[in-house]
Design a protein around this ligand. Structure first.
Ligand SMILES: [Zn+2]
Ligand SMILES: [Zn+2]
Length: 314
């Protein structure tokens, strides 16, 4: 499967500020030496040598992750503002897909606000399936697409073939992908998803404030969290902030490393980035997370930042 990140910010969209752009440009200019501009190749080498927080950004869109299984329809987890970018990119593809299955972790704004801009839902040639463990998926989604919040309603204008499903406790197979869900600790309830294909496992756990019980070696926990190849995890805060923001529903990156270690995850992707953190701060947290994994003795764990536009092959 291929996992693509379309939005990794938490809580609200986070555009890069003017001062942040100016600060990046200023830092780059300070690093340039005469030899870096001597030829087009030297310029390319210089740009390639820049750290990712200067020559890039984690992006500002809220939660949306696309999963393309080896066989079968497109799977999408959450419809934050990132799904609008997915939709725009889809319209440019020469062979656009026509069947989409959107799984909601929960219905907080940052996980649904892009849905009104998801083009395939308006296209009569497309089928869009919506899933949640909660009942009333249709009512919940259509309630945020109506006057005075939005000029068109789901019922009147979304002319695609829409299907609404309440997930039961069993597994669901879509093409070569097998999908399971599990409730996570988050205000108002939330769910994680585990997608398996060809003996590889991807776990998406956001939003979540991890509990001691999530570390317990029960059969249910092992079956859901254990031995993932890719773990995308809500690691919004530093440990200090997670303590200050107890019960807000999010975890720290250090607890994320503990969790990935406890469950033998191979690659941890920090996700649901705090909107008050700029690119430099998020990358600093990444360095600290990697340092912490080393100090724990978990030399096998790879830690990355979920970054908009990133594609992960599994
Ligand atoms: Zn969220
Ligand atoms: Zn939430």
């Amino acid at each position: 499967m291929i996992i693509k990140i379309w939005g990794a910010r938490g809580s609200r969209p986070t555009p890069v500020h003017c001062e942040q752009v100016q600060s990046k440009i200023s830092s780059v200019v300070q690093r340039i030496q005469a030899r870096d501009t001597a030829s087009p190749q030297a310029r390319e080498r210089f740009l390639a040598s820049l750290p990712p927080w200067l020559f890039g950004t984690v992006g500002g869109n809220t939660a949306c992750v696309e999963v393309t299984p080896r066989e079968g329809p497109t799977i999408i987890i959450d419809a934050g503002s990132g799904i609008a970018e997915l939709s725009a990119a889809m319209s440019q593809r020469t062979n656009p897909r026509h069947e989409f299955h959107i799984f909601f972790t929960h219905f907080h704004y940052d996980h649904v606000q892009g849905l009104p801009f998801f083009g395939p839902a308006y296209n009569p040639d497309c089928s869009v399936h919506f899933y949640s463990p909660l009942a009333d998926v249709r009512q919940t989604l259509s309630a945020h697409m109506r006057h005075p919040y939005f000029p068109v309603t789901m019922e009147e204008k979304m002319g695609g073939n829409l299907f609404f499903h309440q997930l039961q406790n069993d597994t669901l197979q879509l093409g070569s992908a097998v999908i399971r869900h599990r409730e996570l600790n988050h205000p108002g309830r939330g769910w994680g998803y585990r997608i398996e294909e060809d003996n590889k496992a991807f776990v998406h756990a956001s939003d979540v404030e991890l509990l001691e019980s999530d570390f317990e070696k029960s059969d249910a926990n092992s079956a859901f969290f254990g031995n993932s190849d890719i773990l995308i995890l809500d690691t919004q805060y530093t440990l200090g902030e997670a303590i200050e923001k107890f019960n807000w529903g999010h975890s720290s990156f250090s607890l994320g490393v503990d969790f990935a270690t406890a469950w033998d995850a191979r690659r941890l992707y920090l996700f649901h980035h705090e909107p008050l953190y700029d690119d430099a701060k998020i990358h600093k947290n990444l360095q600290l997370a990697r340092w912490y994994a080393q100090r724990l003795g978990n030399l096998d764990l790879e830690v990355y930042i979920s970054q908009e536009g990133m594609e992960i092959e599994l």
